[in-house]
Design a protein around this ligand. Structure first.
Ligand code: ADP
Ligand code: ZN
Ligand code: MG
Length: 481
């Protein structure tokens, strides 16, 4: 029953491998402080430089963060995991091996959202190779220099099962993971700075097929947008190959977001033989009940649970709940505002936070760093609900709040933005009816649309300080339509 390839539909299969730099005070196996852009090679010692005769000691805080991550991802923690030496020669690795975990990782079999977690393990980061061309310090294009500050930084590697079925789902899931890690405070999770690094394993298969196709690996995308675009490009490339009757080759690829090009880094033929063997200088990692309890108790409410709560308990639409939960700082602002004003409608407030407020934040990521106080936004949204101010006038007040801060009641009063009172409106409506006799006639003879002209006249007169629905009601009442 073979269909022609051109008519076949293909389904993406994606699994992610994520490296997370832990925000511990010191490195994974030595006492050096972590580095944040210090002068190169100022955060080093004989241990992380791999001098002979030195002994590594496992960082207890890194283990604690690793356990928090394992538990947050619903994994089974291994009663006893061990470290291995992963041997390879590269200038960024002074020891000639990386200490990592191999056949018995810290934790396995978890789940986040609808993606299963294959494993979570601890390891150390390599040093950083800086190619002279990019520093501009050296003139020879051949030269590379090494900064050992990063070498030995604690890493957690998270490997998913190949459960993702589209590039955009994969990027969304990676955002959920980042939000989760950020909420836990275990990492800076900054992709541009490399504290969160994401490799995507990508393959396609005919829809309905149960076995997987050959995968390629996209290395180290430094933003979610590029990650998604890289996966899209690679999926399209693979589909082109397969439709041409050719085969996907297992290889590691680099995606250039500038040009959209995919280039091979290494293919399977050059696959490393890492000659893993147990690290003889480290004891096995056997978390005690006390360590597990401490890790469990250190977990805050995680974004997936928060989205669930905002939806089911607060009654927000699912996408708004997710936006607030996954951008935790927006969620914090929202919940502070909600608690600050008993009169505000929860859904209306959520919509103001995710739309109008966010649009006015500019480069400010966290609304807590803006001039708008949660209570001030809540009051403003409550004023709209109480019909004391129109939507458009409220947006004007929010402009002022974002620029200068302050109290929405005072700003509205100062700028005469409050809704016109009943008597004033009645007078203006009366005048509008006189000046729009034609429209009044048309409404009377059944042309409902003609009422728009009269409403428009009233709104112009009040400079938007009237409620459109209320004005319409008044007009109908007065002309008996
Ligand atoms: P490898 O041995 O090449 O490292 P693994 O089986 O350890 O491969 O898987 C590494 C990553 O690749 C995991 O995230 C996994 O989900 C993903 N993966 C495995 N097979 C496929 C496939 N056929 N298509 C897409 N992703 C895959
Ligand atoms: Zn050191
Ligand atoms: Mg693997």
């Amino acid at each position: 029953m073979s269909e022609p390839a051109a008519e076949r539909h293909y389904e993406p299969v994606i699994g992610l491998e994520i490296h997370v730099q832990l925000k511990t005070r010191t490195k994974m196996f030595c006492g050096c402080a972590l580095s944040f852009g210090e002068e190169p090679n100022t955060r080093t010692c004989p241990i992380c430089l791999g001098h002979p005769g030195t002994l590594p000691t496992t960082n207890a805080e890194a283990v604690h963060f690793g356990l928090m991550i394992a538990l947050a991802l619903g994994c089974d923690v291994a009663p006893r995991s061990i470290f291995h030496r992963k041997n390879y020669f590269y200038p960024d690795l002074p020891k000639g091996y990386q200490i990592s975990q191999y056949d018995i990782p810290l934790a396995r079999n978890g789940q986040l959202g609808d993606v299963r977690i294959h494993r979570v393990h601890l390891e150390e980061d390599a040093a950083k190779l800086v190619h002279a061309g990019s520093t501009g310090r050296l003139h020879s294009a051949e030269a590379s220099v090494i900064d050992f500050n990063r070498g030995g930084t604690p890493l957690v590697e998270i490997v998913t099962e190949p459960d993702l079925r589209s590039a955009s789902d994969a990027a969304d899931w990676a955002r959920l993971l980042r939000a989760t890690l950020r909420t836990m405070g275990v990492s800076d999770v900054n992709m541009e700075e490399g504290s969160l690094r994401c490799d995507a394993n990508v393959s396609i298969r005919p829809v309905g097929e149960s076995t997987f196709g050959t995968k390629t690996e996209l290395k180290n995308m430094n933003s979610f947008r590029f990650l998604e675009r890289g996966m899209e490009a690679e999926l399209a490339r693979q589909e082109g190959l397969v439709r041409d009757g050719r085969e996907v080759e297992q290889e590691t690829l680099h995606f250039d977001p500038q040009t959209g090009a995919l280039t091979a880094l290494r293919s399977k033929e050059y696959a490393h033989d890492y000659r893993y063997f147990p690290e003889p200088d480290l004891v096995p990692l056997a978390p005690t009940e006390a360590m597990l309890t401490r890790a469990r108790e250190a977990l805050p409410e995680l974004p997936a649970a928060r989205a669930e709560r905002l939806e089911s308990e607060v009654g927000l639409p699912a996408d708004t709940a997710r936006l607030l939960a996954f951008r935790g700082e927006l969620g914090d602002f929202y919940e502070a505002a909600l608690a600050a004003d008993g009169a505000v409608d929860a859904r209306a407030l959520a919509s103001w936070v995710t739309n109008e407020l966010q649009a006015r934040l500019g480069d400010v990521e966290d609304p807590a760093d803006s001039r708008v106080e949660p209570a001030a936004l809540a009051r403003l949204v409550a004023m709209v609900g109480e019909r004391r101010i129109s939507q458009s006038a409220a947006k004007e007040v929010l402009d002022v709040l974002a620029a200068e801060g302050g109290d929405p009641e005072a700003i509205a009063a100062e700028r005469s933005l409050e809704m016109a009172g009943g008597d004033e409106i009645a007078e203006i409506v009366e005048r509008a009816l006189e000046q729009n006799a034609d429209a009044v006639e048309q409404v009377r003879s059944g042309n409902q649309k003609a009422i728009g002209a009269i409403v428009g006249a009233v709104m112009r007169e009040t400079k938007g300080r009237a409620d459109g629905g209320e004005v319409q009601r008044l007009i109908r009442e007065k002309i008996g339509a």
